[in-house]
Design a protein around this ligand. Structure first.
Ligand code: PLP
Length: 382
C-alpha cells in the first residue's frame, strides 16, 4: 500500500455496524432525547469508573460548568486551572462568573505542577480543576493532602478508562467530567459525562442539565401522572444528551478497555522505537498510573533537534502523517492574554508545552503498517 497517498489521521472514531444497529432502537421507538439509552450508558459508565452516579450531558464543557456549580462556585470565586489544557477548562469557570487562575504545568507529565498551586491559592479560591491530559491522571492525592479545603473537579475529558493507584479517573475528586467527542477513545459524536459519589451533587446536576426540572421526561412519562408538569425551582440549562447518542455510547463504552489495550500496545511500540532519539521525549508514565492513551504526545527539544517542531510537523504532513501540538497554552490565547494581562513567559512550563509538544497518530483504526511507517519517518529526521 502506498501510504504517502493517504493521510494517517491524528485521530479517528472507531465505529461500525454495531453502532449503526444500535441507532435503530431509539429511531423506531421514537424516544430520542434523554431516556432509557442514556440511562443504560450512565449505568455502564458509572460501573466502569467505580462511582455511584454518572450523568450524561451534551459535552465535557457543559459537564465542567455543572460540576463547578455543584461544588458551590459562585460569582467572584477563584478556580485554579492548569495553563496548558483545552480552552474550555477555563471557559467553564467564566460561565460561572468566577475567575480562572492559571497555574503552571510540568512539561514531563503535561499536567498541573502540584508545587505551583500554593502560590495561586487565596482566600477566594474555591476549587481546582486538575486535568488528566491526554489520558494521564494528575496526582490527585497530593492535591488533596495539601489543599483539603479545595473542591476538586477532575477534567477527565481525555481520561475515560484511565487510572491512578488502582482507582479510575472520575472517582478521584469531588466530581469528574468526561468528553465523548470523536477525538476521545470512545465517542457519541458530541457528548459528556459527569461522575460523582456525592448524591446531593448528582441530584442537583441532574436537574440543572434538564432546565432545572424536578423530574426527567422519562420519569414523568412513565410515572402515574404524565400530564402534570414538573416543578422548576432552579434556573437550569438544556445540557441533555440524546438517546441516539446514548445508544451509540452503550456500544462504545463496552469496547473501552479493548480500545485502551490496543492503544497501550502501540504506545509501548512507539516508546520503544522512539525512546532513544536524543531530541525528543516520549510520554513518561510513573508507577501506579494507568495511561488511557487518548493521545500520544512527544516533547521536542529544539536545542538538539535537526528541525524545529513546526518544521517536523510540516515534514510529517508532507509524508502523509498528521500531527498536532498536544493542546494550547490557554494564557497565550487572545481572550485570556488580553483580559487577564498574561504574558507567554508567565507560565514557562505551559509555554514550552505549547511550543514543543507534538501529538502523533494513535487510534484504533490504525493498522500495524501505519505505526511502522510513522516510526520510520521520524527516525529518518536527521
Ligand atoms: C482537557 C479537555 N477539557 C475539556 C474538553 C472539552 O470537551 P468537549 O469538546 O466534550 O466539550 C476537551 C476537549 O478536547 C479537553 O481536551
Amino acid at each position: 500500500m502506498e501510504l504517502t497517498k493517504r493521510i494517517i489521521q491524528i485521530s479517528q472514531p472507531m465505529m461500525g455496524q454495531e453502532e449503526w444497529e444500535a441507532l435503530k432502537e431509539p429511531i423506531f421507538s421514537g424516544w430520542l432525547t434523554q431516556g432509557p439509552k442514556v440511562a443504560e450508558l450512565q449505568k455502564l459508565f458509572a460501573d466502569r469508573h467505580n462511582v455511584k452516579h454518572a450523568l450524561a450531558v451534551s459535552n465535557c464543557t457543559t459537564a465542567l460548568h455543572l460540576a463547578l456549580l455543584a461544588v458551590g462556585v459562585k460569582p467572584g470565586d477563584e478556580v485554579i486551572v492548569p495553563a496548558f489544557t483545552w480552552v474550555s477548562t477555563a471557559n467553564a469557570v467564566i460561565y460561572c462568573n468566577a475567575i480562572p487562575v492559571f497555574a503552571d504545568v510540568d512539561p514531563v507529565t503535561f499536567n498541573i505542577d502540584v508545587k505551583k498551586i500554593k502560590e495561586k491559592v487565596t482566600s477566594k479560591t474555591k476549587a481546582i480543576i486538575p486535568v488528566h491530559l491526554f489520558g494521564l491522571c494528575t496526582d490527585i492525592d497530593a492535591i488533596k493532602a495539601e489543599f483539603p479545603n479545595l473542591k476538586i473537579v477532575e477534567d477527565a475529558a481525555c481520561a475515560a478508562g484511565s487510572g491512578y493507584m488502582d482507582r479510575p479517573a472520575g472517582s478521584l475528586g469531588d466530581i469528574g467530567c468526561f468528553s465523548l467527542h470523536p477525538r476521545k477513545s470512545v465517542t457519541t459524536g458530541e457528548g459528556g459525562m459527569l461522575t460523582t459519589n456525592n448524591e446531593e451533587a448528582a441530584n442537583y446536576m441532574d436537574m440543572l442539565r434538564n432546565h432545572g426540572a424536578s423530574m426527567s421526561e422519562e420519569q414523568r412519562h412513565k410515572g402515574p401522572k404524565p400530564y402534570i408538569l414538573p416543578e422548576f425551582n432552579l434556573s437550569g440549562f438544556n445540557y441533555r444528551m440524546t438517546d441516539l447518542q446514548g445508544a451509540v455510547g452503550v456500544v462504545q463504552i463496552k469496547k473501552l478497555d479493548k480500545f485502551i489495550d490496543e492503544r497501550q500496545k502501540w504506545a509501548d511500540f512507539y516508546s520503544k522505537e522512539l525512546g532513544n532519539i536524543s531530541w525528543l521525549r516520549t510520554p513518561q508514565v510513573a508507577k501506579g498510573y494507568k495511561h488511557g492513551w487518548q493521545s500520544y504526545v512527544l516533547f521536542i527539544d529544539e536545542t538538539k533537534s535537526p528541525m524545529k517542531r513546526n518544521d517536523i510537523m510540516e515534514y510529517l504532513q508532507q509524508n502523509g502523517i498528521s500531527t498536532r501540538p498536544g493542546t494550547h497554552a490557554v494564557h497565550m490565547l487572545g481572550y485570556y492574554a488580553t483580559n487577564y494581562n498574561l504574558k507567554p513567559q508567565d507560565f514557562p512550563g505551559a509555554f514550552a508545552c505549547n511550543e514543543y509538544s507534538m501529538s502523533i497518530p494513535l487510534h484504533n483504526k490504525m493498522v500495524e503498517e501505519d505505526f511502522h511507517y510513522i516510526v520510520e519517518k521520524i527516525k529518518a529526521i536527521k
